[in-house]
Write a protein that binds this ligand. Sequence first.
Ligand code: SAM
Length: 306
Amino acid sequence: NLRCIYCMPEDGIRLTEREKILQEPEILRICRVMSELGITKIKITGGEPLVRKGLYSLVRDLKRCEGIEQVTLTTNGILLKDKLPALKKAGISAVNISLDTMDRAQYQELTGKDCLLQVMEGIRAALEQGMRVKINCVALNECNEFQWGKLAALAKEYPLDVRFIEMMPIGLGKAYQGSMQEVIQKNLENIYGAAKPDSGAVRGNGPAVYWEFPGFQGKIGFISAISHKFCKDCNRIRMTAEGFVKPCLQFAQGVDMRSLLRGQTDDKELKQVFERLIYEKPRCHQFETEKADESLEQREMSKIGG
Ligand code: SAM
């Protein structure tokens, strides 16, 4: 329901035929097998998860899978306010909300829609209902710098974390220049004073590194895939809506689980396929080399979830 300039083509995408999209029982089967291999956390992203029909029952049933401790969402937040009570009831305990600017005109420029107010209402509602909230901002060079301080101020004013993400050269993102952590941090320190590394317990599930600013209720996080490569700690695998499982965001490598699910493959074989895929996870991304071949992911980020 948005057309973020670095994520989705302006004129939209060709919709995938319904029969190619995994059905809920297929997703649940995959997640059950994965949980037996030690996966404990599931994040539903997209596309936009809040436009998916049947989201509530999917969340509820994922949450009921043995071994699954946490089901969370990454969303643009536009539909969040109205859907929150049902999502909460279904078992969502935390939401990541994408927000690159709090300037209404720029929000429209970046996303194609004048929806900033709905997003802000969604954030407020999530906090009021006791959800853990993280704001994700992709830092764009010569674009949203004037907003970084304002976005960071959300973590001062409210008990939420604001994370700045370095742009990864994937899909339409290749055409944009992202800003690096050092530049963003300096910008914020000029406004709010010196930050120190987060002294608390391990925060979050993975790649973000958190900093404390004086007087802030929440933390400021950086997800710096370019300037602070974190591949050696990457514990994620991704599955597209069509059931293609990817061990690394950058590479095309992966397994078409849908064919296996719809064939005669039993759970034991599925598990073996997963194990192989995880063992073959690439050592690290190669964003820094200007490599362009068929080993790289060709899908837009909106199809692989970010
Ligand atoms: N529609 C949801 C949303 O807006 O959050 C979920 C999908 S979106 C692909 C997930 C996240 O990926 C968003 O925070 C978006 O800003 C981020 N993203 C998209 N393209 C990116 C890129 N090239 N590099 C880094 N982050 C990117």
